[in-house]
Design a protein around this ligand. Sequence first.
Ligand SMILES: [Zn+2]
Length: 313
Amino acid sequence: MVGMARPADPDLQPPVWHRDKWEQTFGTELPTALADNWPDGARILVMLTFDTQGDVDAAVPGYQHSSGFWREGAINYCDLTQRQYGTRRGVQRILEILARYEIRATFPTTGITAEWYPEVVEAIVAGGHEVAAHGYRHVPLHTLDADEERAELEAATAAIETASGRRPIGWRSPMYSTTPNTIAILSELDYVYNSDFHNDDLPYLLENDGRRMVEIPAGLDDWQLNLIQVPENVAMGGVPYSSPSHVTDVLTSNFDMLYQEAATQPRLMQWCIHPKITGMPHRAWGLEQVINHIKSHAGVRFCAMEDVARLCL
Ligand SMILES: [Zn+2]
């Protein structure tokens, strides 16, 4: 995306992937202590996570060239202001809903966003929520070499610590763009959990050189649920709107299946939500419908990701 020239990577020669590479790349997979530490009276744990990035993408070179529709080099204010909606209005609406239902959540936040909008991070912290890190510039990590990736993760960590008053212990990569270096760098920076993968409903541990990282799979993402990214729509900063009832259908079905399974085994539900998308009124209405549905069941425990990560160790 940034267009950097990169040397040929021997790891990217065919065959690019083999099952054995999972352990070589990310470490030995171990079960968690979640079942042993399961909270009394809980049947299912539910994590709502809100990726807060605002208009940070507009600071990345090349962002405005995503379509031939916009003159090269011109800032697409239509797109930019839609992104701003997340930090300007979406987060606030979501915080009000979470307060109304007494739900604690996690806000993976981009470093630059925390620097540009410290009042947003203050409001998240004042609501009692966890602020995790979500990149510094919101660039895909696979576009960076190892040193650049380390600098990106360090900058993100420092920015979130400054804005929230607390060093983050949780990470989600921009666009889930984990590299073979990410988990190791996170371990060195004392992160406790990562939330990038999509291969399970339950968390698991990755052990590397004696260090353990909790992986909390990211679950459903409102980006995929709501948006169809075709170039014409990106150019207009706009997207086709799916019906909130479609989204609530998907989410309640997801919950209902997990809740049924949770009668006999540990189950978690996780939803990755973007304030610029689900913070809009019609989708926030959908979010509230889903929360109402979930809350009507016995034994539901809403958790921040850090709470779940601690139960896993
Ligand atoms: Zn993001």
